[in-house]
Design a protein around this ligand. Structure first.
Ligand code: ADP
Length: 169
């Protein structure tokens, strides 16, 4: 049985992520979408919130499971009997980082293959950080993320702005 993992921060999940998830769910028999805590990022949503948003967005995909993890991706894969890692590639800027990660993972666990899926053209420019930035400055994000995600992002942005105003920032 082909079992794959699609790891990421998903802060928040976007239609770019969901496009990769839907395509990967058609390519592998079972797909785990795993929210990894990234200590270098200052997230907008907790890991639990991101898992919940992804579960809602993937509810129509019966072979997809969403969960969270921490630590090394290869350790997660080995513990869950998974030998394929799915990554999305947007542009040359993704390539350098993903290439290094894939080679390091290969060194740590040679039996695990990284499979790259090229972004769909319409999501080439789409990233979680850009979604947050557009929302912060009042732009429309309806075409970038599912409706329930857009609602949560705007609520969080508003809360952040209110807290700045009350502190006089
Ligand atoms: P980011 O914070 O850069 O959006 P994530 O860690 O959430 O990244 O991304 C998880 C995975 O999804 C990575 O492999 C990333 O390259 C991929 N990805 C993110 N956005 C897109 C997109 N618009 N199209 C294709 N792949 C994407």
């Amino acid at each position: 049985m082909s079992r794959a993992v699609y790891p990421g921060s998903f802060d928040p999940p976007t239609y770019g992520h969901l496009d990769i998830i839907e395509r990967a769910s058609r390519s592998f028999e079972a797909l785990k979408v795993v929210v990894f805590e990234n200590v270098q990022k200052d997230p907008m949503f907790t890991v639990e919130e991101r898992v919940s948003l992804l579960k809602d967005a993937c509810a129509h995909l019966p072979n997809v499971e969403v969960e969270s993890s921490y630590g090394l991706l290869v350790d997660y894969a080995c513990a869950n009997d998974i030998n394929i890692v799915v990554k999305g590639l947007r542009a040359v800027s993704d390539f350098d980082f993903e290439f290094k990660m894939a080679l390091m993972n290969k060194k740590l666990a040679p039996e695990i293959e990284t499979v790259f899926m090229i972004t769909s053209l319409k999501y080439l420019y789409l990233s979680s950080s850009l979604v947050k930035e557009v929302a912060y400055y009042g732009g429309c994000i309806q075409e970038l993320v599912p409706p329930q995600v857009a609602k949560k992002v705007f609520a969080r942005v508003q809360a952040e702005k209110n807290s700045k105003t009350s502190k006089g920032v």
